[in-house]
Structures are given as structure tokens and as C-alpha cells.
Design a binder for this molecule. Structure first.
Ligand code: PLP
Length: 639
């Protein structure tokens, strides 16, 4: 069925360029000769690739249905390795005297499996954890692997939080309390005396440096976190008074997440080093400099300082940190600190892909129009029809204006009962046909009249994806984050349609109409025509950070199925874990229903229907069974 002509002119290279997979893929995603997305992962020093369609087949053969959140263990392992090795090699290159000890901020993806893998892969680098709340600390205390790794506690701390941390110190853990608010210190001092434990303390700076980007309110004067200069002096003086200044070992700041511009990063480190120097000279035996998060992910592959990108590589990031710290501290002969980053997004983003199938499409297509209109057609419809006959490149804008005018007048006629539904439908079809003609003509002109920009977007298809934006890509909805999204097969065929994506919630915000592009954002996505009896699979990539637990239960669509794979040396993959998504009973119980009670109520209603003769007792059994089976079923569309 596939058109040979199209196959000949198109190539997988063209698909790769169109979707920018090499630009944002970080070396992990490619397209096979047969037109399918592959995942490439380092395994024992070799790069091994598996075909994503084989993974989907493996998942479906085991009875799991789309949508599925796929996690690829190797990519998490690789990102932790790349981060640590990059610091290692630059530390060596610059003869930096300190070391690097990273921590993973739990809030970026709190799922137990994720934290378990982060600590497992991080163990060989003593990569630790950052906790911002009691719950996160409790998780960290359970998951952390050894006492060499750091455990950094940010966030508001009450007595219970502090006691947990102090007990950890007693057990030998390097558990730091970062003082974020002036009030915290008194409680920490009080509890450490009561429990007879020397605390490990840090201060969170409120830097004046600000960064451009989406998530950067954490930095700057108005930042809600961190101590200002007066408060830092107060902390130092209080610690001196208590003879506890020797507990102050760490300086921390967090500029915000996804900092696209390296200049902002350099400026912040420079400022932080000034604080470090002076706090050190006050007598605090500082040993750690913790630069927080901010290491960005290049979601659109543009390598620019655009909010969804970054204008630096990982190696530039680690080299710049080391250079700036050395340049500032060497001047004052201050020993090089252990460097810590709380890199979250960049560590986990690549590791998850949301896989979903397309359920249906809407096309704004025109039916064939008649050669001439019926004699008795309304004059305005006739006028609209005639617009097509006189349209030229020269009068394209004018023709368009006329068409819109007639279309609006015709709608008015319908509202007043002067034409019927069939007339209106004909008029709408003529109008759409005119827009299509305009769109074709526009391809022949260089400068598009401003009023006509965006016309193609208005004509694009809607592809309905089996997922919920609110549950699986909450940042796409809440803060206009864009993720790379593309079909994962048929990439050797030319995509002949342009679409926006709608999800299966019945919310008009449940859509994606901004897509990554290295030059500019795109308003539509190129896709293939659906084939009969063949599923069309797409993937939303780089969704490992922040998307899983911020999601909500819009329309009671619950957690998706999660499948974890490990790619093996021989090019095979193991399904190492599968987590069934929420059932309908699960999501109902989240909103305080008791599924058993619902079942009971439904049974009673069915009994009532038997009593009044609407259904038979046998019908009742079938109906009740199917209700109960649905309760146990998946919340997404099932074929
Ligand atoms: C959120 C957060 C991070 C993680 O930032 P990323 O940009 O995802 O690496 C690190 N530290 C603190 C204090 C945070 O609040």
C-alpha cells in the first residue's frame, strides 16, 4: 500500500532532521534504517541499541496496554556516570585539590524505583541525596547506600525533622542541615544539645545574581529561600557564642532549575565564592560548596540560551565551576572545597519516555465541491463561491478577507433562520476550501502577509493521543514546558499531515500545540496518516524529571503503566520491572469513594431493574460482572 514514490523521496535522515532527534537526543536516541526510533545505551564500554518498537511489542505481548511510561535504566546510569566523570576529568585537568560529591534532589522524581536506581548507580561515585522535607528525609535515610555519601537537608525543619537528621549523624551519616531561615538555628542548637550530637551545618545564600529562565525565582533578592547578609552574620555570631562555629561546614545556594545561560551560572558561582571566602575568614572551617540545581536539559536541541535549551555542554559547566572556584579562592589561599551539585533534571530527564497510541484524528478537510451551485442558492453563498474563481497571488489577502466576511454573514443568516443546516454546511466547506487554496498559494510567495501567518496551523489535523497531559506531562500544561514528541515508527515514510495533539481528557487545555524545533517553536507536528488496522505509536521524550508526581487526576485518569527495561550487552533487553497503572477503583478511592460500596449500590440498582422487569436475572449477572470488571480495569482507552 505504501507509495513507492514517497518512500523514494523520503529518508530516515530526513526524519532525523525534521524531528531534531540528534539535537536533543544526547546520543541516546536514533532512527534505524527501517524507520524506527532506537535507544542507544553504553553497556560495558560498548554502545548497544534496541528498537523501541521491539520494546513496545514486548510490553504488549505481556498484556500491558498503552499508555506506558518506559524507563531505561541504562540511561540513568549513564547520566550519573557522565556527570561524575566530567567533574573527575576537569578536576584532574585543572589540578583542583578538592573532589566532587553530587546529590540527587528527591523532589525531581520521588518514585521509589527511581531513588533506588539513583543510589545504586550513584554508589560507585558516592553520589548522595538531597531531601527537602521530612518525608523525603525518611525516604533518603532508607535508600542511602553508604556513609561516604552526602545527605543534604534543605527546606523547613521542625523538631522531628531535626531529630531524624541528628540521629543519622550519630549513626555516621554525613547529614547536613542547610539553614534556610534565621529561626531554624535555635531549634537545631537546642536539639543537638539535648541529643548530644554535633550537627553538620550549612547556610543557604540568597544571591543577588539572577538567572533568566523559567524556574528561576529561587535566586535573587526576592527569593523566598535563603539568608541575606545580615542573617548570615547573625548565624555566625550565634554559632560563635555557642562555641559551635566549627559545625558550619557548608555553603549552599540554588539559583533555580533549568538555567539556560552559562553566564548566569558563572556569575552566581563567583558571588557564592565571595561569600565562601568571607565566611571562611570569619573562622568557620568550611569544606563544602553546594551549588544547587540548575544544570539544564536541551529539550529543543538548539544549544541556545532559550528557556527550553542551554548554551553550554556538561563539560563546559563542570570546567567553569572549577575554574571560577579556583580563581576566587586561590587568591586568598583558601583550601579547595568539596564541590556538590544538586543536579536533578539533567540526571533523570532522559531516562523516561511516555509511549502512547493515537486513537483517532479530526481533519479539517473539504468534501468535493459541486462545479456550480444550485440555482436557488443564497446570494451570499454564491458570492463566497465566486471568491475562489477570482483568487490570485496578487489578491490573496483581499480574497481571504472577503471569504471571512461572507462566512460570517452566512452564519448570521443561519442564526436568523434564513438558510438551513445543509446550506450552512455547504458554505463552511467552500470557506475551508478557500483557506486550503490560500495555503497552497502561500507556498509560492516569499513574504507572507502578516494577517495570513498561522493559517496553516488553523488547518492542521487533531490527533487524539491515549494519555492525559495533566497526569503525564503536567509541565506542558502548567508552565508551557515543551518536550520533544515524535512518532516512533514509519520514519522512512514522509509524514504527510500536520497536527496538534489532543489528549483524552475532555478539557480544552488537554492538548499540545507547541513543539520543539531547533530554529523556533513549531505550532504543529508532522505526522503520518493513520493506517487501517495498524496502531500509530508516538513518544514524548525527556520526561523523567518533575512530570511523575506533579501530575493530577484530571477526569480521573490515573497513573499510567510503568515498565523498566535494562539493555544488555548482546543487544537484548530485560524487562526488569513492571508497575501496573492505577485501576478505576484506585483512582476512585483517591477521591474518597469506597469501591466496594459503589459495587453494592450498583448491585442494588440492578436488582431493582430485575424486580421491575427491565432486565432478567441473567442480564443482571452479566451487567454486574462487567461493572465490577471495569472497576478493576485501566483508566485509559483500551482496545
Ligand atoms: C529543585 C531543586 C533542585 C533541582 O534542580 P535541577 O535544576 O532539577 O537540577 C536542587 N536543589 C534545590 C534546593 C531544589 O529546590
Amino acid at each position: 500500500m505504501k507509495n513507492e514514490d514517497i518512500l523514494n523521496r523520503w529518508s530516515v535522515e530526513k526524519s532525523a532532521e525534521l524531528y531534531g532527534i540528534k539535537d536533543w537526543g544526547n546520543g541516546y536516541f536514533h532512527i534505524s534504517d527501517t524507520g524506527e526510533v532506537t535507544i542507544s545505551a553504553p553497556v560495558n564500554g560498548k554502545t548497544v541499541s534496541v528498537n523501541l518498537m521491539d520494546v513496545i511489542k514486548g510490553i504488549e505481548d505481556r498484556g500491558m496496554t498503552m499508555p506506558v511510561l518506559l524507563r531505561i535504566e541504562n540511561l540513568l546510569d549513564s547520566q550519573i556516570t557522565r556527570l561524575n566523570e566530567s567533574f573527575r576529568s576537569n578536576i584532574k585537568k585543572f589540578a583542583y585539590q578538592g573532589s566532587y560529591k553530587g546529590v540527587f534532589p528527591i523532589k525531581v522524581n520521588q518514585q521509589q524505583q527511581v531513588i533506588e536506581e539513583v543510589t545504586r548507580f550513584g554508589e560507585r561515585y558516592n553520589h548522595g541525596l538531597e531531601a527537602g522535607s521530612k518525608a523525603e528525609l525518611i525516604s533518603a535515610l532508607g535508600m542511602i547506600k553508604n556513609t561516604e555519601t552526602l545527605l543534604i537537608c534543605n527546606g523547613y525543619k521542625d523538631e522531628e525533622f531535626i531529630d531524624l537528621g541528628l540521629n543519622a549523624i550519630k549513626m555516621g551519616y554525613q547529614c547536613f542541615f542547610v539553614i534556610e531561615m534565621p529561626g531554624e538555628l535555635d531549634l537545631i542548637i537546642k536539639r543537638s544539645k539535648a541529643l548530644d550530637v554535633k550537627p553538620l551545618l550549612g547556610v543557604r545564600l540568597k544571591l543577588s545574581s539572577q538567572a533568566g529562565g523559567h524556574w528561576t525565582e529561587s535566586g535573587g533578592d526576592r527569593s523566598i529561600f535563603g539568608l541575606n547578609t545580615t542573617q548570615i552574620i547573625e548565624v555566625i555570631d550565634e554559632l560563635k557564642k555557642q562555641e559551635m562555629l566549627d559545625c558550619l561546614k557548608l555553603v549552599h545556594y540554588h539559583l533555580g532549575s533549568q538555567i539556560p545561560n552559562i553566564r548566569d551560572i558563572r556569575r552566581a558561582i563567583t558571588e557564592a565564592c565571595r561569600y565562601y571566602t568571607d565566611i571562611y575568614r570569619e573562622g568557620a572551617p568550611l569544606e563544602h560548596l553546594d551549588l544547587g540545581g540548575g544544570l539544564a536539559v536541551d529539550y529543543d536541541g538548539s544549544q541556545t540560551n532559550y528557556v527550553h535549551s542551554r548554551n553550554y555542554t556538561l563539560d563546559e559547566y563542570t570546567a567553569d565551576i572549577i575554574e571560577v572556584v579556583m580563581a576566587t579562592l586561590d587568591e586568598h589561599k583558601i583550601p579547595h572545597p568539596v564541590l556538590t551539585t544538586e543536579s536533578g533534571r539533567s540526571v533523570v530527564a532522559y531516562y523516561s519516555i511516555l509511549l502512547f497510541n493515537i486513537l483517532d484524528t479530526t481533519r479539517f478537510d473539504t468534501h468535493a465541491l459541486p462545479e456550480t451551485l444550485p440555482e436557488d442558492s443564497h446570494e451570499l453563498i454564491q458570492n463566497l463561491f465566486d471568491v475562489r474563481n477570482v483568487m490570485k497571488i496578487r489578491n490573496i489577502q483581499e480574497s481571504c478577507n472577503d471569504a471571512v466576511y461572507y462566512r460570517d454573514e452566512i452564519r448570521q443568516l443561519f442564526r436568523h433562520g434564513q438558510i438551513n443546516l445543509r446550506d450552512l454546511s455547504l458554505a463552511e466547506s467552500i470557506f475551508l476550501k478557500i483557506l486550503k487554496d490560500v495555503s497552497l498559494l502561500m507556498k509560492k510567495i516569499k513574504r507572507i502577509p502578516p494577517d495570513l501567518e498561522g493559517l496553516d496551523n488553523a488547518l492542521s489535523d487533531i490527533y487524539y493521543g491515549n494519555f492525559s497531559v495533566f497526569q503525564s506531562l503536567p509541565d506542558a500544561w502548567a508552565i508551557d514546558q515543551i518536550f520533544p514528541i515524535m512518532p516512533i515508527h514509519r520514519l522512512n515514510e514522509k509524514p504527510s499531515r500536520e497536527c496538534i495533539l489532543a489528549d483524552i481528557t475532555c478539557d480544552c487545555d488537554g492538548k499540545i500545540d507547541r513543539f520543539t524545533d531547533i530554529h523556533d517553536e513549531k505550532k504543529t507536528l508532522s505526522v503520518h496518516e493513520l493506517l487501517q488496522n495498524e496502531e500509530y505509536f508516538m513518544g514524548a521524550f525527556l520526561v523523567g524529571a518533575y512530570q511523575e508526581t506533579l501530575g493530577d487526576l484530571h477526569n480521573l485518569l490515573g497513573d499510567t503503566n510503568v515498565v523498566s527495561i535494562r539493555i544488555k550487552e548482546e543487544g537484548e533487553f530485560d524487562i526488569v520491572r513492571e508497575l501496573e497503572g492505577d485501576s478505576i477503583a484506585d483512582v476512585l478511592s483517591y477521591v474518597e469513594y469506597d469501591p466496594r460500596q459503589l459495587q453494592e449500590l450498583f448491585r442494588q440498582k440492578a436488582e431493582e431493574a430485575v424486580r421491575t422487569g427491565k432486565i432478567t436475572a441473567k442480564d443482571r449477572r452479566r451487567i454486574v460482572d462487567s461493572y465490577e470488571e471495569s472497576l478493576r480495569g485501566y483508566t485509559y482507552f483500551e482496545r
